[in-house]
Ligand binder design. Structure first.
Ligand code: MG
Length: 377
């Protein structure tokens, strides 16, 4: 089997409401979709997203598309998509650009699994569960609207774990509203926060224990990504897990975190790890070091979320669940089917491959027109 073509398509899908993080607010989900076609008629899909352009990480959908089109895809045309060794040779010639690589690696997994008529998780060691508890990301930008949204979703029975984006407001106001949300939702719900690096270490030393006391169940990336030592010191200041996210982009970052003593939890994201296989390896490294891997998201649509789901259902220990809520935040999708939730858990979909198909009409509708270089007005 040989790769005939590798197509990259940028899509922009509106969200059901703006999503406001400490550093950026977005109103659409922007993704690069990778579609691999082979001489045997087997196709494969991949997806990578960026939140607010090159803001969360260094890559944007535009850079991902360029890196795949110009440097990765040309070297793979004509090769066997089932050969991971060939992919690694090509990928190693491009430094960093993990998001771009992840979209391509995902599509190669989809092709390889479809060629054998097996689900992608079978290529990752096989699923050990058929569902995973899924948190909803709360980020309306308004404290009372956040509480109302979480309460509505909890009362509807769809979600019971909520991850609130904080760090835009005064820390005292943020902690107070987390306390109000915990009280409003009651014992059956769980409230976690993601500060997205917004605090300095001195601020975090004061407010991380306060979040713990307010009933918050997990505190993600309270300080800047580069202060790994500071992050480790904060774990000693509270009873609930501190989670590393932006601090650990690479295996080297993870080794450094482990060397410094680690924290309780690590957000694993297929995009930041550079693909399904490195993400699985980092999840296993975390488990070996006594950290709980957590199923993170870059707010992917159905394709990227399905791939993450196949991975997270194949990792033996995922006690903190995942936050694969991206498809529910999007107002529409470019696939013929969605991914199901049941009793607060995301259900693993069957294969072959990732088990998702493109809806061509929707793809055409949300596809970003090809744009040329910008000129002065
Ligand atoms: Mg995060």
């Amino acid at each position: 089997m040989k790769i005939e073509s590798i197509e990259t398509i940028i899509v922009d899908i509106p969200l059901i409401r703006p999503h406001k993080l400490s550093f950026v607010a977005i109103d659409k989900m922007s993704s690069v979709i990778v579609r691999i076609r082979t001489d045997r008629g087997v196709t494969g899909l991949g997806e990578a997203t960026a939140i607010g352009g090159p803001s969360w990480a260094a890559e944007s959908v535009e850079t991902m598309k360029a890196v795949i089109d110009l440097y990765l895809a040309p070297a793979l045309i004509g090769t066997d998509p089932r050969s991971f060794a060939t992919y690694l040779q090509v990928a190693h010639r491009v430094r960093n650009n993990e998001f771009a690589k992840s979209a391509l690696e995902m599509a190669l997994h989809d092709v390889a699994a479809r060629a054998q008529d097996i689900p992608v998780h079978a290529l990752l060691g096989g699923a050990v569960r058929d569902r995973i508890a899924c948190a909803w990301g709360v980020a309306t930008g308004d404290a009372e609207a956040d509480i109302a949204e979480a309460k509505r979703l909890k009362d509807a029975g769809s979600y019971s774990v909520f991850k609130v984006k904080i760090g835009r407001d005064d820390p005292g106001a943020d902690v107070a509203r987390i306390g109000r949300m915990c009280a409003a939702l009651g014992q059956e719900a769980e409230v976690r926060v993601d500060v997205n690096q917004a605090w300095d270490l001195r601020t975090a030393r004061k407010w991380v224990p306060a979040l713990d006391n307010a009933g918050c169940a997990l505190i993600e990336q309270p300080i800047r990504a580069t202060d790994t030592r500071g992050l480790v010191s904060l774990q000693d200041k509270c009873r609930v897990p501190v989670m590393a996210d932006e601090s650990v982009m690479t295996e080297h970052d993870l080794l450094e975190l482990i060397r410094l003593g680690g924290v309780d939890a690590l957000a694993i994201k297929v995009a930041k790890c550079g693909g399904l296989r490195p993400a699985r390896r980092m999840a296993e490294m975390a488990i070996c070091a006594g950290m709980s891997p957590y199923g993170g998201t870059m707010l992917e649509g159905v394709i990227g979320t399905a791939a993450s789901l196949h991975l997270f259902c194949a990792v033996e220990q995922m006690p903190l669940g995942c936050e694969l809520f991206g498809p529910d935040l999007a107002a529409d999708r470019i696939t013929t089917s969605g991914l199901r939730m049941q009793d607060g858990a995301r259900l693993l979909n069957d294969g072959p491959g990732l088990g998702v198909e493109i809806d061509e009409a929707k793809l055409a509708r949300y596809r970003r027109p090809e744009t040329s270089a910008r000129t002065a007005a």
